[in-house]
Design a protein around this ligand. Structure first.
Ligand code: FES
Length: 636
């Protein structure tokens, strides 16, 4: 196979790549990290590169959807559609570089009763004699039975390998690390070392880790990384598709997440001056696809109706079997799964929020690439999921991007002048207060803010249509599509205006309508007319402005005092399960009890969905928006 030299500018990353590979594939091989929200499906348009020199395959019709004639003439291409046919030099525009997502994994101040799976006990053994030549492990077992009433003990193989020497080196005294009171994981010198565990939330976009001291429950360090699988697709379906389209796809994706986790483990332990081998226990939450990919389970059946997962119950697996570089005997506890699209992350949210212990009727929305909904109280809990699509995370939005530095995250529009104020991640103030706000795109919370503001100020109507009659200089038409300018060219770092287009509004409406329709059908299932509380969870959730989310109609009317964004409750759930083994049993029980509803087969879904496309809704009243949105606008 012929190979060609490929160079990515401005970083100068270079190397040889086989003829015929796409530029996107080449970038993965050479570590150039091009944004690929759709995973190379040619549908997001985010992977643009500019050909500086050399030869690529002919321009395709898929590319024409995202690249205007003028840009085509300048050499712009979609990296997933252009194949390498010779030596090439390519330039990576700022907006096509993978941006490190801002991490919003906050920790609720819960006090978790301490009962970790890992405990330690100190022992002193009577050394063997000719009259008492009992084997070392049996001798240890007898001592643990006598002193701690521990019976039926096993010993993990690496611990067995060091047992005899450790006992003799330390004068037959030892500190034994035990897992669930049934397996010996380590034999240490007889001083009471601290014990360490790691809780991990594997999200489709970000992976968060909390390194904890298991003796006092304290978080020693927390860190998040981008899920490295992101270069194989932004959402769960594109990752499932990747495993189906490539013979080694599952292996590649599993290796990729393990690489990320090992990097996370290394950073966290170094930050605390520990060795990664000090970590004896891990708990993991993640959506069902992340769960399967992490465990190396083929996820392909999750992608087709009736979407069954391979397993519901929690599982325990040795970290070494997964390739995790922690203590050789460490255990990984993966929380249970509710359904094909409601995973262990949702179970984590449940054990953190405990809606099953409250009387108020609560709706918990985990706003992610896939929306997960839970509704109910102590009497009954139901869950469902809906394909919100990636619009609320910035994909399928003309200037959409992740919540990374440069992203517009807050938007306000003056109802009189239609002038815009915006805030960019990484800047302290609003645009007007800064010489150059350097906006690069709009992230999900910015989209929600922007569309809610366009509606509140009458620039779009209830149906989401931009008002053509408006005389604002910010309203313009590009290629026949109306758009509203959020940031002028000189306020951006991409050399052009950043707008919200009619198509963007439509895509966000599709996403929010799925959430609203889901919530409505769940309310009907439960026979309730109103919600007492709405909780917006997820890394994304902590940045959504609850008021703007309600103006947009992401969920039914609720007293805004009782609408909260709570940050990463799934990560809290992983930490709770790390620190309290009883919560693991509770998680299994709850995962079984929550009734899953497949929304798409509910008879009324289409009707509810269409009605929910309106902002905030076609006819549902929103009494709690009175005074926030003018009556004449609400009653359109
Ligand atoms: S269009 Fe190329 S990765 Fe999405």
């Amino acid at each position: 196979m012929k190979k060609f030299q490929v160079i990515f500018q401005p970083t100068g990353r270079r190397g040889e790549v086989e003829e015929g590979k796409t530029v996107l594939e080449a970038s993965r091989e050479l570590g150039a990290e091009i944004e690929s929200l759709c995973g190379g499906e040619k549908t997001c348009g985010k992977c643009r590169v500019k050909l500086l020199e050399g030869e690529l395959s002919p321009f395709t019709w898929e590319e024409a959807k995202f690249i205007e004639d003028k840009e085509k003439a300048q050499g712009y291409r979609l990296s997933c559609a252009a194949h390498i046919l010779g030596d090439v030099s390519l330039s990576l525009p700022e907006e096509s570089k993978v941006q490190k997502q801002r991490i919003s994994k906050e920790i609720a101040e819960n006090t978790i009763p301490l009962r970790p799976a890992i405990t330690s006990c100190s022992v002193e053994l009577i050394p063997p004699t000719l009259n008492d030549p009992l084997g070392d492990f049996d001798r240890l077992k007898n001592t643990l039975l006598d002193k701690y009433r521990l019976s039926s003990l096993n010993i993990d193989y690496p611990a067995l390998l060091k047992l005899s020497r450790s006992l003799r080196m330390n004068g037959w005294k030892a500190n034994i690390a035990l897992w669930m009171d049934k397996e010996i994981l380590d034999i240490k010198p007889s001083k009471a070392d601290d014990l360490y565990g790691l809780a991990i939330d594997v999200g489709t976009t970000t992976v968060a880790g909390y390194l904890c001291n298991l003796r006092n429950g304290k978080i020693l360090a927390m860190q998040s990384i981008m899920n490295p699988q992101i270069s194989y697709g932004e959402d769960v379906m594109s990752r499932i598709n990747y495993t189906m389209a490539h013979p080694d796809g599952l292996e590649v994706l599993q290796r990729s997440i393990m690489g990320g986790l090992n990097q996370l483990i290394k950073t966290l332990s170094e930050n605390c001056h520990l060795l990664s081998e000090d970590i004896l226990e891990l708990t993991v939450v993640g959506n069902t696809t992340m769960h399967h990919l992490l465990l190396g389970i083929n996820p392909q059946y999750l992608g087709v109706a009736p979407f069954p997962p391979a397993i519901h119950h929690s599982i325990d697996v040795k970290a070494r079997d997964l390739g995790l570089k922690v203590h050789p005997s460490a255990n990984v506890h993966v929380l249970p799964i509710e359904a094909g699209f409601v995973g262990a992350d949702n179970v984590g949210v449940l054990i953190a929020q405990e809606p099953y212990n409250q009387d108020e009727m609560v709706l918990i929305i985990d706003v992610g690439t896939n929306g997960e909904l839970v509704m109910g109280n102590r009497k009954k809990l139901i869950s469902s999921s809906c394909a919100t699509g990636p619009a609320l995370e910035g994909a399928h939005i003309k200037f959409g991007m992740r919540a990374a530095p440069g992203a517009i995250e807050r938007i306000q529009i003056d109802p009189e002048t239609n002038e815009v104020r915006f805030k960019v991640i990484g800047n302290d103030g609003w645009n007007a207060e800064l010489p150059n706000p350097k906006a690069m795109g709009i992230c999900g919370s910015g989209i929600i803010d922007g569309i809610a503001e366009l509606y509140r100020t009458g620039l779009i109507d209830k149906g989401g249509r931009l008002n053509r009659e408006n005389q604002s200089p910010r309203l313009k038409t590009t290629n026949g599509i109306l758009e509203f300018v959020i940031a002028w060219k000189e306020e951006t770092a991409i050399g052009k205006e950043i707008t919200i287009s009619q198509q963007d509004v439509r895509n966000a409406q599709l996403a929010k309508a799925a959430l609203y329709a889901g919530a409505k059908l769940m309310m009907r299932r439960l026979g309730i007319e109103k919600l007492d509380e709405v909780i917006l969870a997820g890394a994304f959730g902590s940045y959504i402005d609850p008021e703007k989310a309600m103006i947009l109609g992401m969920f039914p009317d609720c007293d805004l005092k009782n609408v909260y964004a709570i940050g990463n409750a799934a990560g809290d759930g992983a930490r709770i399960a790390l620190l309290n083994r009883d919560k693991r049993a509770e998680a299994n029980e709850i995962a079984r009890k929550v009734e899953y509803i497949e929304l798409t087969i509910e008879g009324n879904f289409q009707k509810e969905f269409i009605e929910a496309m309106h902002i905030p809704h076609m006819h549902d009243p929103f009494p709690h928006l009175k005074g926030i949105v003018k009556d004449e606008i609400l009653s359109q």
